[in-house]
Design a protein around this ligand. Structure first.
Ligand code: TUI
Length: 315
């Protein structure tokens, strides 16, 4: 399978790995790129020099294209972008904000730019600003999320822009991948399933929490403070929801989340850590190599396509 996204990014399979803070290290990015997808190092809230080290490390682990995901709410976003312009990874993806002010410089450096967007208006703005592709992320995704579901966001974005569209949020298997193609996407972004990969350095407890998750376990906190985040239900999310219900001051609520990602990913604290994950966590059943995960989205797809054709009586 090859789409214009594969051509644009120089990858074999139209799969971009999600830019998960703490989880998406050089190890994960290199493994995804070596498996034929596009691996991304997540800058998250890390200082610029730490991101430089990760880029340089990733280069020693793969000769395939890889990228960096820049979380625009980070206080280090400007410095991280400066380091990126020096190091020149093949691709930059952005999240949680508008990257317009960086786009020209990235293009001049020959770096492809793929912003994550959660609305049609933002997709149009990004195309106008010169983005090479957009990643349309639905509310099924983990971490910081928008309002719209993947199912309604993707086709509207496909209709609104002519650059490639990557569908994100909820894609845990090949059925989802085929559905994304039916919606007009040129590729998918996969986050949660890659947490449960051999190469992901997240704590084993965190991986097991994803595997144990059931359909309604990936809950949203922070709607009342304007920064909704999806994570697996635990003591932290319950406490968060209690404070939100009581109308506690935003600062008090936000204080709860401080260090939460680190506690989950590094310490394996599944009770007070922030176990960010998408709704598709319930569909992830095992830990396997990234290359096998990627292949699983594209193997034996003819069977599904035939079932669809039969149901629709397409000859
Ligand atoms: O960014 C993400 N997911 C993230 S970022 C993150 S770090 C964090 N930790 C705690 C609290 C908040 C963040 C964890 N997960 N996904 C991409 C994404 N981008 N989803 C939604 C958006 C988005 C939202 C608004 C993109 C653009 C946008 O534009 C607003 C504007 O500036 O007009």
């Amino acid at each position: 399978m090859s789409t214009r996204l594969c051509e644009l990014l120089g990858i074999k399979y139209p799969v971009i790995q999600g830019g998960m803070a703490w989880v998406a290290t050089a190890e994960l990015a290199a493994a995804v790129s070596n498996g034929g997808g596009l691996g991304l190092i997540a800058a998250g809230g890390a200082p610029a020099e730490a991101v430089r080290e990760q880029i340089q490390k990733c280069r020693t682990m793969t000769d395939k294209p890889f990228g960096v995901n820049v979380m625009l709410m980070s206080p280090f976003a400007d410095e991280v972008m400066r380091v990126i312009l020096e190091e020149k990874p093949a691709v930059v993806a952005t999240g949680a904000g508008n990257p317009a002010k960086y786009i020209l410089a990235l293009k001049e450096a020959g770096i492809k730019i793929c912003p994550v967007i959660a609305s049609v208006a933002m997709a149009k703005r990004m195309e106008k600003s010169g983005a090479d592709a957009v990643i349309a992320e639905g509310t099924e995704a983990g971490g910081h999320i928008g309002e719209l579901t993947t199912m309604v966001l993707v086709p509207q974005v496909v209709d609104a822009v002519s650059i490639p569209v990557v569908a994100a949020g909820g894609f845990a298997d090949k059925r989802g991948m085929i559905a994304a193609m039916a919606l007009g996407a040129d590729g998918i972004q996969v986050g949660t399933r890659f947490i449960c990969s051999d190469e992901c350095i997240a704590h084993e407890n965190y991986k097991q929490a994803v595997i144990k998750a059931k359909d309604r376990d990936a809950v949203v906190t922070g709607r009342s403070t304007g920064a909704p985040v999806r994570a697996l239900k635990n003591k932290l999310t319950r406490e968060y929801q209690r404070l939100e219900k009581e109308g506690a001051p935003a600062e008090e609520i936000e204080q709860l989340g401080v260090g939460g990602l680190r506690r989950a990913f590094m310490d394996g604290d599944t009770e007070t850590g922030s176990l960010m994950a998408g709704q598709s966590a319930a569909m992830v059943t095992k830990i396997e190599p990234c290359a096998d995960i990627i292949k699983s989205y594209f193997e034996d797809t003819a069977e599904i396509l035939k079932t669809i054709a039969d149901k629709m009586e397409v000859k």
